[in-house]
Design a protein. Structure first.
Length: 330
C-alpha cells in the first residue's frame, strides 16, 4: 500500500538518524509504570527511549533540561505514545494487517547495506526485530488512517453548502500592479551610503514631480531586476513584499508614487499602476477546489473524531509524580 510504504520509509529514516537508543538507556529502566492504557503499560524505559529519540530531532538533541518547557515536551511525548497505543488497539480490533511482504523487502535491503558493519554483527538480530515491530505498527496505523479518512463522494448540495460557509477560501485577494525603483545599498554599508541613497531618492521624486516618466527613471537608476522593463513588478498580493513596503503601497491610489521606503536591499520608490479588489470565484469556477477542501476537512474531522472517541472510551492512567520529576541522570 502506498501510504504504508511511505510510513515504513519514514520510520527507517527516524531509525537511521537516531542510531538506536544507547544501550545505557535501554537498560536503565527501573520498571516504573509511566502510564497505562486499558491495562497496557508504558514503562519508564519505553518512555525515556521515546523521549531520547524525539529529543534527538528537536531543540533538546537528547539532552534533558530540567525546566517547565522540557517537562511540557516530555508530556507531549507521552501523549503521543498513548495516542499511538490507542490507535494500534483500534487497528487490531478492526482486523487490519500490515503488509509484511513489503516490510520484509525493506528489512532485507537494510540488512544487505549494513551487514558488514561491526555494530550489525553485534546487534543485527535485535535491530531487525526492533525495526520489524516498528514498521509493522507504522503500516497498521497508515492503513487505519486510510480507512478512517475515506470521506466518500460529495453531492452538489454538500459542495454548495461548504462553498457558502467558507467563501474566504475561494476569494482571490486584492492584487496591486506595482512598479519599483530600487537604489541598492548593502545591508552592512555605513550611514553615509544610506544617506546618499535617500538623497538620490528625493532627487528622483523631484524629477518625477516635474514630469519625468517613472519607467525611464527606473531604467536609469534602479538596481532591481525589473529595471529593463521600466520597473514593472506585475501584480502582487499581500505577503509578497515586506510589511513596510506593503503598508506604503496600501496608502496609494492608482497612479500615485510613494515616498522612499527603507527595505533590506536599500531604498525603494513604488508606483501603483493598477489595483484589483478581492474577487469571489463563482461556485462553478471554484468547484474543483471546493471538492478538494471538502474532502480534506471531512477526512480530518473523521480522524479527529476517532482519536477523541478512543481517548474518551479508554481507561488511561498517568503517573503524574514521575512526569513532575525530570530524571536528569538519563
Amino acid at each position: 500500500m502506498k501510504t504504508g510504504k511511505k510510513h515504513v520509509l519514514a520510520a527507517l529514516l527516524v531509525y537511521l538518524f537516531t542510531s538506536m537508543v544507547p544501550a545505557l538507556l535501554q537498560a536503565s529502566g527501573s520498571g516504573v509504570v509511566v502510564a497505562t492504557i486499558d491495562g497496557e503499560r508504558i514503562t519508564d524505559s519505553q518512555f525515556e527511549q521515546a523521549v531520547y529519540s524525539v529529543g534527538r530531532g528537536s531543540m533538546y538533541h537528547g539532552r534533558p533540561r530540567e525546566d517547565d518547557q522540557y517537562r511540557e515536551f516530555r508530556r507531549n511525548v507521552l501523549n503521543q505514545l498513548i495516542e499511538r497505543r490507542l490507535l494500534l488497539q483500534e487497528a487490531r480490533r478492526r482486523g487490519l494487517e500490515p503488509d509484511k511482504a513489503v516490510i520484509e523487502v525493506t528489512l532485507s535491503q537494510y540488512e544487505t547495506r549494513y551487514s558488514s558493519t561491526e555494530r550489525w554483527k553485534r546487534e543485527g538480530e535485535q535491530m531487525l526485530a526492533t525495526l520489524r515491530q516498528r514498521f509493522e505498527e507504522d503500516d497498521l496505523l497508515a492503513r487505519l488512517e486510510d480507512t478512517v479518512r475515506q470521506a466518500g463522494a460529495p453531492t452538489t448540495k454538500d459542495l454548495r453548502q461548504y462553498y457558502d460557509e467558507n467563501v474566504s477560501a475561494f476569494t482571490e485577494p486584492k492584487r496591486d500592479r506595482v512598479s519599483v525603483i530600487l537604489l541598492a545599498v548593502q545591508p552592512s554599508a555605513g550611514a553615509i551610503a544610506w544617506q546618499a541613497a535617500r538623497a538620490e531618492a528625493q532627487d528622483i521624486l523631484r524629477r518625477l514631480a516635474d514630469g519625468a516618466k517613472f519607467s525611464e527613471m527606473a531604467r536609469m537608476h534602479s538596481s532591481d531586476a525589473t529595471a529593463g522593463t521600466g520597473g514593472d513588478m506585475g501584480y502582487l498580493h499581500d505577503g509578497m513584499l515586506s510589511e513596510a513596503a506593503q503598508a506604503e503601497i496600501d496608502k496609494l491610489a492608482v497612479g500615485d508614487i510613494s515616498q522612499p521606503v527603507t527595505v533590506l536591499e536599500g531604498i525603494v520608490i513604488f508606483r501603483l499602476v493598477d489595483r484589483q479588489p478581492p474577487r469571489l470565484r463563482a461556485f462553478d469556477e471554484a468547484r474543483e477546489r471546493v471538492a478538494g477542501l471538502w474532502q480534506r476537512d471531512l477526512a480530518d474531522a473523521r480522524w479527529s473524531a476517532l482519536v477523541t472517541r478512543l481517548h474518551d472510551a479508554a481507561d488511561v492512567q498517568v503517573n503524574e509524580e514521575y512526569l513532575a520529576s525530570v530524571p536528569v541522570a538519563r
